[in-house]
Structure formats: structure tokens, C-alpha cells
Design a protein around this ligand. Structure first.
Ligand SMILES: C[S@@+](CC[C@H](N)C(=O)[O-])C[C@H]1O[C@@H](n2cnc3c(N)ncnc32)[C@H](O)[C@@H]1O
Length: 264
């Protein structure tokens, strides 16, 4: 990179935005990109530490499963659909010699992620397209509540690398599903995930992280507004529903962390 311009070996050049991220999206932003309001809600909710158990469990699993450096090269830690960089920044603290690369389709997320950690580079890109990374560039790939393209994840991982996927369990946020009209998590989601990845990966570990979050009425609209529920809610109706809940409110955090090795 020179003078705020990123150049590839084929001679293409991409401007680095003044907020510190590179936009590699071809054409207009896609429908699935998180909006500025969703990203702000996520940043506030995560900053309060409510998902710290997920970040901690992910960092520990990454440390345990990451491969040794090959020829002195530790490989990158890549987060696909990484949002504000909260989870990747936590994982980077376990990998002092590695660079982190966060891809997200939302420029609002990428702006935040570029500031999340000194060793994170943020790129606006579509996870369903070819990923803008060389074959075998990554030793660890993270995918937390975000889309994934199995063939591309396999291509960017080195053969001894690890893919770590975090998915919600059916009892995640269970106290809020009825009360706030949230989307439900399907049963058998973990098995379906392993099936969908099976042409390229084999599962090597599966853990659950389950705890209780104590949320006030300020945190609840952030939680609803930061994810897919934001597309299905009207704010006045949500305010009425939240007003009927106790404050603070105990809410279940329940996710699965699954580790996969590439099939050789
Ligand atoms: C539920 S959020 C999770 C963010 C982050 N992993 C976290 O847990 O804080 C899903 C993220 O995926 C991003 N996303 C959605 N569709 C995408 C796509 N096609 N390619 C890349 N990112 C995408 C959204 O912009 C959003 O930041």
C-alpha cells in the first residue's frame, strides 16, 4: 500500500477510505449489508460486554486449534461478516504475530472495524463472491452469526488451518422471542451447518457457551436492532413491548462454537 492506495499484483488499485477501510465491492451495496443504525446498535451492545462470553470462548478455541506457523509465517486471522470487529479484536490478542483481516459487506461495519485493533485491516466485500484473499492465506477463519461460502472458506485456509463458526442455539434469547416477537432459531441448526460444510470441511470440535445476561431497557432495543430482527420490527410496537418487561431483564445467551478442519 502506498499513499492511501492499495495496489494488487495485477496492477489494480483501490483507494483506502479516510476512515481506514478498503472497499472492494463491485457495484452498489447489497440488501444484506447492516445499516448505520444497526452497526451503531451493535457497537453499543457489544461495548457493554454482554457478548464477552462468546468472544472469550472463541479466542480460547482459536488458540487451542490454530496451527503452528509454517516457515515462520503465522498466517492471517480472517473474520467473514465480522461486523464492528469486536470478536476479531479479542481473538487477535491471542495471536501477537498475526495480522487480522475483517470482511464485511457493510461500509458502516468496516469503518468501525478499522479502528477496533491496530492489527486489523477492514475490507468491504461480499462473502458470497470470491473472497479477496490468496489461496491458503489464513491460518484461522472466524464466522460469527454471518454468511459463509464453504468453497471460498476452504480456498483461503491453509491445509492445517481451522474454521471456527458461532451459531445461535434454539434457546438463545428465549425470554424475548415471544415477548418481543423475535425470529426463532431452528432446531438441528448445528447438524445442518456441518452438512452444508461437509464437501469442504470436517468437524473436529463442538462447544456450547451458555450464560445469563442482565439487560436494562436501553440494551434491549440495541439487541433487537443490531441483527436480522431489525428488518422485521416497528420501533413504536417494540417500545410498547419492552415497557411490559421487567427491568433489568434476565436473558439467555446460548450459542454453539464449532471448529472445522479443511478436507485435504
Ligand atoms: C449478525 S451480524 C454479525 C457481525 C459480527 N460477526 C458479530 O458477531 O458482531 C452479520 C454481519 O454480516 C454482514 N453481512 C451480511 N451479508 C454479508 C455478505 N454477503 N458478505 C459479507 N458480510 C455480510 C453484515 O453487514 C453484518 O455485519
Amino acid at each position: 500500500m502506498t499513499d492511501g492506495v492499495l495496489r494488487c499484483l495485477q496492477g489494480h488499485s483501490f483507494d483506502v477510505a479516510k476512515q481506514g477501510y478498503v472497499n472492494l465491492l463491485r457495484g452498489a451495496a447489497k440488501f444484506s449489508a447492516d445499516t448505520a443504525a444497526m452497526v451503531a446498535a451493535r457497537a453499543d451492545f457489544l461495548a457493554a460486554g454482554h457478548y464477552a462470553p462468546i468472544a472469550g470462548a472463541l479466542a480460547a478455541l482459536a488458540r487451542e486449534k490454530a496451527p503452528e506457523a509454517t516457515g515462520g509465517d503465522p498466517g492471517c486471522v480472517v473474520d467473514i461478516g465480522g461486523g464492528t470487529g469486536y470478536h476479531l479484536a479479542r481473538v487477535m490478542s491471542e495471536f501477537p504475530d498475526s495480522e487480522g483481516i475483517l470482511l464485511d459487506i457493510s461500509k458502516f461495519a468496516a469503518r468501525r472495524a478499522a479502528r477496533a485493533h491496530p492489527r486489523i485491516s477492514a475490507v468491504v466485500a461480499d462473502a458470497w463472491d470470491g473472497l479477496p484473499l490468496a489461496d491458503g492465506a489464513a491460518s484461522v477463519v472466524l464466522n460469527v452469526f454471518a454468511p459463509r461460502n464453504p468453497a471460498e472458506l476452504r480456498r483461503i485456509l491453509r491445509p492445517e488451518g481451522v474454521l471456527l463458526v458461532v451459531t445461535p442455539r434454539p434457546d438463545h434469547l428465549r425470554e424475548l422471542v415471544e415477548a418481543l416477537g423475535l425470529l426463532r432459531v431452528g432446531e438441528q441448526k448445528d447438524e445442518r451447518l456441518t452438512d452444508r460444510l461437509s464437501a469442504h470441511f470436517t468437524e473436529v470440535a463442538r462447544e456450547r457457551s451458555r450464560s445469563t445476561m442482565t439487560l436494562d431497557h436501553k440494551a434491549l432495543p440495541q439487541l433487537v436492532g443490531m441483527g436480522p430482527n431489525a428488518w422485521h420490527q416497528q420501533s413504536e410496537r417494540l417500545e410498547e413491548r419492552i415497557a411490559r418487561l421487567p427491568e433489568p431483564c434476565d436473558v439467555t445467551l446460548s450459542v454453539t462454537l464449532t471448529a472445522y478442519r479443511p478436507l485435504i
